[in-house]
Design a protein around this ligand. Structure first.
Ligand SMILES: *Cc1c(COP(=O)(O)O)cnc(C)c1O
Length: 408
């Protein structure tokens, strides 16, 4: 048995079967490259679902991690620590909000935003207790808690996990008329991804976010943007909402906020909204811990100092242009923004999975999302020559080379 097979067997024996990973065992990473236990090298084009925008082990982020780990790692919020203020100030300045509430994972930050908007609805909008409604979109992905999967439209995410939290309403993504119609006097917020990532890299029609913002403002509803995957440079702007000049009332960030090192998430809003929280209303043992704050601050600094959003815009536009030139009987469409790219495989060619397996054998790690879509989202520190190299194997695989097509 190879080392890879041995390690996979070990993991599969001891772990719950809630994932179906590609059969590669990674032991080291640097920048946009990773190495497996057999010494093979791969270009990481998933970036841990955009949690690695700054690349693997960015030296400045690792230095901040070491320095902080040698001083203080956790206090809980029962006491102050000397790192949280500076981190949240930097985050607020970067995003243009007055307040931030730190959590750990993305799903926790989404839950926090839901609690925030509900409380705001009761305390500030005067909605009758227990009646607040939040509108979300079909095909959404906001995390895996029971409340969040309760308003998912992906049957597998819900199957076997009910009963679910009430108070959510679903509308089609990209449809402003549907938003206008769905709002009632009890609507507190509209939760939306600027681009649906897990849903298959779905870019909404031009003007969608702008019109949603206008409708929300006019109807007294808070616009809640889940920028966990689209934010922090991925789409070619620091936040994807900037593409339409939209400033949401509530912004949710995570993933790359932890610089690919530890889970760090946050909810951003102005005082008039955030001040509904009082001591004891909400919390997290690890939220705002000094290690996370030191890492988060370094992660933000790297995004700014290395101009990563601009790199994503430039390289992403070029990369998509090159992908569109590929001659492939299997490729239906290339879509995306910045370095957030989806290549859609025709249903007649089967699913995207065997294409991802073929890419893996050629040294490129990418993962299918929503059966038909290969997502290409490399670390934003990637260089043009590295992307250029990737186009070789990608062209061959999209042409069918090495792809084990399952019988349809
Ligand atoms: C990944 C993701 C989440 C959930 O984040 P976790 O850290 O996995 O809990 C929520 N929303 C979006 C848009 C995401 O991409």
């Amino acid at each position: 048995m190879s080392r890879t097979e041995e390690l996979i067997r070990e993991a599969e024996t001891a772990s719950a079967r809630n994932y179906g990973p590609l059969p590669v065992v990674i032991e080291r990473g640097e920048g946009c490259w990773v190495w497996d236990v057999e010494g093979r090298k791969y270009l990481d084009m998933l970036s841990a679902y955009s949690a690695l925008n700054q690349g693997h082990r960015h030296p400045k982020i690792i230095a901040a991690l070491h320095e902080q780990a040698d001083r203080l790692t956790l206090t809980s919020r029962a006491f102050h620590n000397d790192q949280m203020g500076g981190f949240l100030r930097d985050l607020c300045r970067l995003a243009g909000y007055e307040k931030a509430l730190p959590m750990n994972t993305g799903a926790e930050a989404v839950e926090t935003a839901i609690k925030l908007v509900r409380k705001w609805a009761y305390k500030k909008r005067g909605i009758a207790d227990g009646k607040a409604e939040i509108i979300a979109c079909e095909n959404n992905f906001h995390g895996r808690t029971t409340t969040i999967v309760g308003f998912s439209t992906e049957p597998q995410y819900r199957d076997g996990f009910g009963p679910f939290t009430p108070g959510f309403k679903l509308i089609p993504y990209g449809d402003v008329q549907a938003l206008e119609k769905a709002i009632t006097l009890n609507t507190a917020g509209f939760l939306v991804e600027p681009i649906q990532g897990e849903g298959g890299v779905i870019v909404p029609p031009d003007g969608y976010l702008r019109e949603c913002a206008e409708i929300s403002r006019r109807r007294g509803v808070l616009l809640m943007a889940d920028e966990i995957q689209t934010g922090l440079g991925r789409t070619g702007k620091m936040f994807a909402c900037e593409w339409e000049g939209v400033r949401p009332d509530v912004v949710i960030v995570g993933k790359a906020l932890g610089g690919g090192v530890i889970p760090v998430s946050a909810v951003l809003a102005d005082d008039a909204i955030m001040d509904v929280f009082n001591p004891g209303d909400h919390g997290s043992t690890f939220g705002g811990n000094p290690l996370a704050c030191a890492v988060g601050r370094a992660a933000l600094r790297v995004l700014v100092e290395e101009n990563l959003p601009a790199r994503a815009a430039e390289l992403g536009a070029w990369f998509m242009e090159q992908l569109r030139k590929i001659q492939s009987p299997h490729m239906r469409e290339v879509r995306g923004r910045g370095l957030f790219v989806g290549v859609v495989i025709r249903e007649s060619s089967g699913t995207a999975r065997p294409f991802c397996e073929a890419l893996m054998r050629q040294g490129i790690l990418a993962k299918e999302t929503h059966k038909q879509v290969i997502r290409f989202a490399p670390p934003l520190v990637i260089r043009k020559d590295e992307l250029k190299w990737a186009l070789g194997p990608i062209s061959e695989v999209l042409a069918g080379k090495g792809v084990e097509l399952a019988a349809a």
